[in-house]
Design a protein around this ligand. Structure first.
Ligand SMILES: C[S@@+](CC[C@H](N)C(=O)[O-])C[C@H]1O[C@@H](n2cnc3c(N)ncnc32)[C@H](O)[C@@H]1O
Length: 262
C-alpha cells in the first residue's frame, strides 16, 4: 500500500481509536438502506463481493449471510479486528484486507458486487475511489454506494453540515451531493440505475460526540453552530430538541450503478 495521505492517515487514527463504538448497538447495525439498495441487484450465492471501508462489518457480514464470498476491507486495522470478531460471533466467514478505498489491490474485473456504506465522506479522493471500483468490478457487476449527503442546490445547508461534521470528527472530508455522485459514476463509465434519498435520525447530540470522541472545545463550537443554524439547515435537517436531547435528520444517498456487460 502506498504511503497514506494526510486525510487517510487521520481516518485511520480516528477509527483505530474509536473502533469499539461501532460494533453491536451502533445505529449502523440497522440495514434498511442496504436492504433497499439490494432490491435493485440480483445477488447469487457464491458470487464475489468487496465491501470497502467495512468498519465493523455490518454490510459485509450481511452479504456473507446471503451466501456471497466477501472480502471486507478497511484502512483501519482495529476496525478489521472488530469485523473479524463480529463475523466469529455470527458464525460467518469473510476475508479481511487492509487497504485504502483509493487503491484497491485486486485484478481488473474481480468482483460481482462492490459496496461502500457510510464511509466515502472520509475519502481523500472520491474520484479515484469510483475509478478503482469500476476497474475491479466485473462486466455487468453492481456498485452500491450509501453515504451521508445534502440534497442538490442547498449550498448554505451543505456548508453548515460540513462545518459541524468537521468539528465533530476531523477525519471527515466532505459529503457529496447526489448530482456529484451520479456525475462521478457516469464519468467512470458506470450506469446509474437507481438512487434515492433516505433520512436517518441523529438521536442525541451527546451520543454523536461520544462516538467520535469530539474534543471539548469543538463540542462548544458545534453547539454554537446549532444555536445559529441558518433557516435552510433547520428546515432541511429538522433540527430540534426532543426530551432534552438535540436531534436532527441526516440525509443519506442510496445509489446503485452497473458496469456495462462486455
Ligand atoms: C462509519 S465506518 C463504516 C461503516 C460500515 N461500512 C457499515 O456498513 O457499518 C467508516 C469506515 O471508513 C473507513 N475509512 C475511512 N477512510 C477510508 C479510506 N480512505 N479507505 C478505506 N477505508 C476508510 C474507516 O476506517 C471506518 O472503518
Amino acid at each position: 500500500m502506498k504511503k497514506l495521505d494526510f486525510i487517510q492517515q487521520k481516518a485511520r487514527e480516528q477509527f483505530n481509536r474509536q473502533s469499539q463504538n461501532y460494533g453491536k448497538g451502533h445505529v449502523l447495525e440497522k440495514l434498511d438502506d442496504l436492504l433497499d439498495a439490494l432490491k435493485h441487484v440480483a445477488v447469487r450465492r457464491g458470487q464475489l463481493a468487496l465491501d470497502i471501508a467495512t468498519g465493523s462489518g455490518h454490510t459485509g457480514l450481511h452479504l456473507a449471510s446471503l451466501g456471497m464470498q466477501v472480502t471486507a476491507s478497511d484502512i483501519s486495522p482495529m476496525m478489521l479486528e472488530m469485523t473479524r470478531k463480529m463475523a466469529e460471533a455470527r458464525g460467518l466467514a469473510v476475508e479481511t484486507k487492509l487497504h485504502s478505498a483509493e487503491e484497491l489491490p485486486y485484478r481488473d474485473c474481480s468482483f460481482h458486487l462492490v459496496t461502500c456504506r457510510v464511509a466515502a465522506h472520509h475519502f481523500s479522493s472520491p474520484e479515484t475511489f469510483v475509478r478503482e471500483v469500476v476497474r475491479v468490478l466485473r462486466h455487468g457487476g453492481a456498485f452500491i454506494l450509501i453515504d451521508g449527503t445534502v440534497e442538490d442546490d442547498q449550498p448554505e445547508a451543505e456548508e453548515w453540515t460540513h462545518r459541524v461534521e468537521k468539528l465533530r470528527d476531523p477525519s471527515h472530508n466532505r459529503l457529496l451531493t447526489p448530482c456529484r455522485w451520479s456525475a462521478l459514476c457516469k464519468q467512470s463509465g458506470l450506469k446509474v440505475k437507481y438512487w434515492s434519498l433516505a433520512q436517518l435520525k441523529q438521536p442525541d447530540l451527546e451520543w454523536y460526540f461520544e462516538t467520535a470522541a469530539t474534543p471539548k472545545k469543538n463540542r462548544v463550537l458545534v453547539r454554537k453552530l446549532i444555536e445559529h443554524a441558518p433557516e435552510s439547515a433547520r428546515r432541511l435537517f429538522q433540527i430540534k430538541e426532543e426530551n432534552g436531547k438535540i436531534v436532527w435528520w441526516w440525509q443519506r444517498i442510496q445509489l446503485v450503478a452497473f458496469k456495462a456487460a462486455s
